[in-house]
Design a protein around this ligand. Structure first.
Ligand code: MN
Length: 289
């Protein structure tokens, strides 16, 4: 099952060969398109097992619209937080020594250890973007990098979630870009500018056949391959990330977790087109304004 948000924040089921969408909004209790009142979305993520039969029935009975006729929104709605993992592929950790030398003139050993940090939820933007490069960052000639990542959307939340049951708390998976300024500043500021978190094109719900493992992540910039990795190379697996984050902060339904940058991070510039794909999820095409 693939769930999308589209047009005026309608809820849709993506069907066929990812080329059609059925509006299933009317199945959702308490639906409200106002992004400041996203309780219905969090309830959907939390109570999916209860709501799934009605949504599935509506998806089968409804009239499909061509996907090309709608505008996809980010498939998350007013998350209480956006968590991101750092240093979660060995090959990326290795490359960051050189990246930090080039962009900072030094290296910070603490940043080469796995950890989680927060991005502002207001940095979320539609899959198509646009990513807006902040004028003062461009003027300062600081690099702004792409990080193409598997994104987790939380279902039931919790605190101190054991690794063994952490997957049960995952609602689904999406594609995300963790856009990042390389500068000597706190991660949360460098990664929280408006539009620095494109997410899309939809959520592929977790099920017995789709648990986030063995997925190919690939990013091209204007057609050139920049990142190409398999999620089997994650240092900390999805269940381990969820469990770790939940030891620090209560995870809420609908919360978003970026699982970490693959190797191959590099600068983006105005006018470029980023195409990110993850096997089993889909393809996200994002423009840089
Ligand atoms: Mn990242």
């Amino acid at each position: 099952m693939k769930l999308a948000l589209f047009d005026d924040n309608r809820l849709g089921a993506v069907i066929g060969d990812d080329d059609a969408i059925v509006d299933v909004t009317d199945t959702v209790p308490g639906y409200d398109r106002d992004p400041l009142t996203g309780g219905w979305w969090r309830a959907l993520c939390r109570d999916w097992s209860v709501l799934a039969p009605a949504v599935n029935a509506a998806a089968e009975a409804g009239t499909p619209l061509p996907l090309s006729s709608v505008t996809l929104r980010a498939p998350v709605f007013g998350p209480s937080k956006v968590i991101a993992a750092a240093s979660n592929y060995h090959a990326h950790v290795a490359e960051m020594h050189e990246v930090q030398q080039r962009t900072l003139g030094t290296t910070h050993d603490w940043m080469f250890e796995f950890d989680v940090f927060l991005k502002s939820p207001s940095s979320i933007v539609a899959p198509a973007g646009p990513i807006v490069l902040p004028a003062e960052i461009v003027a300062a000639d600081q690099e702004i990098h792409h990080e193409s990542e598997l994104v987790v959307i939380l279902g039931t939340g919790g605190k101190d979630i054991p690794v063994e049951s952490a997957l049960e708390h995952v609602f689904g998976f999406a594609i995300g870009l963790d856009i990042t300024v390389r500068s000597p500043a706190d991660r949360s500021r460098r990664k929280s500018y408006d539009s620095f978190s494109p997410i899309g094109p939809w959520i592929r719900l977790r099920d017995d056949d789709f648990d986030g493992t063995g997925l190919e992540i690939r990013l091209t910039v204007d057609g050139a391959v920049r990142q190409d990795v398999n999620t089997s190379d994650l240092i900390m697996s999805v269940p381990q990330i969820v469990s770790y984050a939940s030891r620090i902060m209560t995870l809420n339904p609908g919360d978003v977790i970026f699982t970490g940058a693959p190797p191959g991070v590099g600068p983006i510039t105005s006018g470029e087109t980023l195409v990110t794909s993850i096997s089993g999820i889909g393809v996200m095409q994002t423009v840089v304004a």
